[in-house]
Write a protein that binds this ligand. Sequence first.
Ligand SMILES: O=P(O)(O)O[C@H]1[C@H](O)[C@@H](OP(=O)(O)O)[C@H](OP(=O)(O)O)[C@@H](OP(=O)(O)O)[C@H]1O
Ligand SMILES: Nc1ncnc2c1ncn2[C@@H]1O[C@H](COP(=O)(O)OP(=O)(O)O)[C@@H](O)[C@H]1O
Length: 426
Amino acid sequence: MKRVGYWISEKKSKKLNFEEHRPIFRNAGIELVKLDLTQPLDNQGPFDAIVHKVTDILAKADNGNATSQQYIRNIQGYADSHPECMLLDPLDSTRRLLDRYKQYQQVCTCDLVCTDPRVIIPTFVELTTTDVEQNKMKLAEAGVTFPIVVKPILSHGSRLAHEMAIIFSKDHLQDVEVPCVAQSFLNHNAILYKVFVVGSRQFVVQRPSLKNLYPGNHATIFFDTQEVSKPGSAHPLNEIDAASIQEPLVKPDWQLLEQLGASISRAMDMCLIGIDVIIDCQTQQYAIIDINSFPGFEGVDDFFVHLRDHILQQMRTKDNCDTTSPAPQPAPTFNTNTTTVTKTAAAKTAATNAANLKVSQKFILEQSRLIDCSTDNTAGSVSLKSGKRSGSKNSCGSKEEEAAAKEPILAQLRSNNNLSPDLHPH
Ligand SMILES: O=P(O)(O)O[C@H]1[C@H](O)[C@@H](OP(=O)(O)O)[C@H](OP(=O)(O)O)[C@@H](OP(=O)(O)O)[C@H]1O
Ligand SMILES: Nc1ncnc2c1ncn2[C@@H]1O[C@H](COP(=O)(O)OP(=O)(O)O)[C@@H](O)[C@H]1O
C-alpha cells in the first residue's frame, strides 16, 4: 500500500466531499492519511506523496504568524529530508502565486506566452506609492491603459486580497491602494474560462465575468472578486447588455486553452492549478489574468479519479516502471447533464491524445454555449451579422436584424451567469 498524506482546510474538504472519495484511492492501493500539521510529519509517515492546499497558511506564515510558520516548517522539513516523497505542489511554487506581481512575472516566462502571439498577459505594473504623479508616469511607461484593474499584491490569505478597483481615467488615480498590481482592463464579453490542470490533463469551464467597460470620467468601481466570477454570480458588474457585446464573437480554441494549461503548469512547476483566461474582444488574444493553487475544480467530473491517476503516474515514473507500457488513458468524459463546457484530453501518448482531442473537440463544438453560426468546425471568429465566419461577403444584416440576432447571445450570456453550483456535483 502506498501512503499519501494530505492537508486541505475543513471547509474545502467538505466542499469537495473529500472523505467520500477515499475508496477511489484505496481501491488503487493508496492509503490517504490526513496530516496533523501541529506535529512533525516524520512521526506520521512514511509518505510517498503529499497533496495540499496551504495557500492561506503560507500567507499567514509569510506575514509572521509563528504557528503557521511551524506548520510550513513541518511540511518543508519532511519534503527536504525525504526526496522520495513528492510534494504536490512544491511550496516555493505555491508561495510565488501569493504575490500577484511575482506570479505575473513568472507567467511571462511561460513558453506559450513567449512564442505564441495569441497568448498574452494583460500589461501590468507594480505600484508601491500613492503618489498620483509617479503612478501616472509608471502606468504610461509600462503601457498600461485605462480602464485599469487594481489588484492587491497579496492574492490570498485575507478578504482584502479580493478587494479590487476599476479606475477609468488618470483623474481618479487617487483611488489606488498600495501595494498593488495595476493591469489594463481588457473587454471580454463577460466570459471567463477556467483552465483546470490535474497533472497532464486539462479541463475548461466557462464562468461569468466582468462586463465590457470603457475609459472615461467615471467614478471608480470597487468590487469583491468573490462575487463576480463564481458559477452562480449575478452581480451588476456581470450584467452585460446586448448593445455592449463586442463582435466578432470568438469560439474558444479548446486546443489552445489546453496547451496553455500545460504550458503554465510547466512554467509554474505546479500540477494542481486553475488558470483564469479571458479572450480580448479587440485582438482575440487569450489573456491570462490569474492562477490559483488547488482551486475548487467545480465542473470537472471525476476530479478525484484524475487526481489518483496523476499520483499513480508520478509514482510509476519515480519508480522507473513506466518506460515500456504506458497506462491506458480513459476516454474523454463530458458533463453532458450540465451547461458547463468541460474538456478532457489525455496527454499520455500522442496517438491517444490526438484521438481524444478529435472526439472532445467535436463534442465541445456541438455543445458550445456560444452561438455557433459557422458550419466550419475549426475555432475562429463568427460574425452575428452574416452567420458566417468573420469577413464573409454574405454579411448584410440590417440594424434590427443585428439586434434580434444578438438576443440569443445575450440569453446565453445571461444563462452563463445563472450557472448553479448544484449542477456540478462531485
Ligand atoms: O482566491 P482566488 O485567486 O480567486 O482563487 C480561488 C481560491 O483558490 C479558492 O479556494 P479557497 O476557498 O480554498 O481559497 C477556490 O475556491 P474553492 O476551492 O473554495 O472552490 C477558487 O476556485 P474556483 O472557484 O474553482 O475558481 C479559486 O478561484
Ligand atoms: N485584466 C483584466 N481585464 C478584464 N477583467 C479582469 C482583468 N483582471 C481581472 N478581471 C476580472 O476580475 C475578476 C477577478 O480578478 P482576479 O485577478 O482573478 O482576482 P482573484 O484572484 O481575487 O480571483 C476576474 O474574474 C475577471 O472578471
